[in-house]
Design a protein around this ligand. Sequence first.
Ligand SMILES: [Zn+2]
Length: 258
Amino acid sequence: MKDRIKKLIENADVVLVGVGEEFDDERCLKQISQYNKIREKLEATGQDWLIPSLNRYFADKCEDSYRKKHALSNLAELMKDKNYFVVSIATNDYVWDVGFKEGRVVAPCGGSLKKQCRNGGSCTEAPVLLTEEEKAHIVKYMEDPQEVLSFGDCPTCGSNRILNNIYTEKYDERGYLDQWKKYTKWLQGTLNKKLCILELGVGMQCPSVIRFPFEKIGYFNQKADFIRVNKNLYQLTEELKEKGISISENAVDWLASM
Ligand SMILES: [Zn+2]
């Protein structure tokens, strides 16, 4: 089967990849008592937006996180000569670290790399990247989170700035919108091409980002191959049964052994 999938990727003109919930570390993290303690504290103080940073801080304690990065690096290597785009709903930012081509990744749920105004989209101040100093400050904060953290005041409205991800109450989607536009433009160009769709560990957490649209793309592109890898939610829709391949295996395990 793996050789067959490798062949499909090799023979495709374009490859569309979806990275889903199976690439999150939450299940492992929630077994670490210190992690749970800090997470409760963050939630109690309205700092849910620090959860991706917390996850990242504790990820080293999960052997699994190395495997996840390794799996994604394998994929980057496998596709290095291809024209591809990666859409990820994970908030752990691994997709930026594993060697995917510049400008070929979009992460619509955000992560811990950008800050936004607390007022989100209703303020004219768009999200910007954190400085190295601010990143270091977060790490330090995780060692002993006492007061409430923020990243200075918004230069436009004066509210404080917080991290730009879906855990934020008013998530500012401008943090990924430019990249999303690139992605949709790229997608338009795939319609008549031989497309390989790799949906990896994507569940039902936010199905409107990857799962449902990918199914639609797979259905409408006559020359598409659709590969769904998922431990539990591996079933294919009626429309995709003919051209789809379903693999009922955890996508990280599957990819790590490619
Ligand atoms: Zn503002």
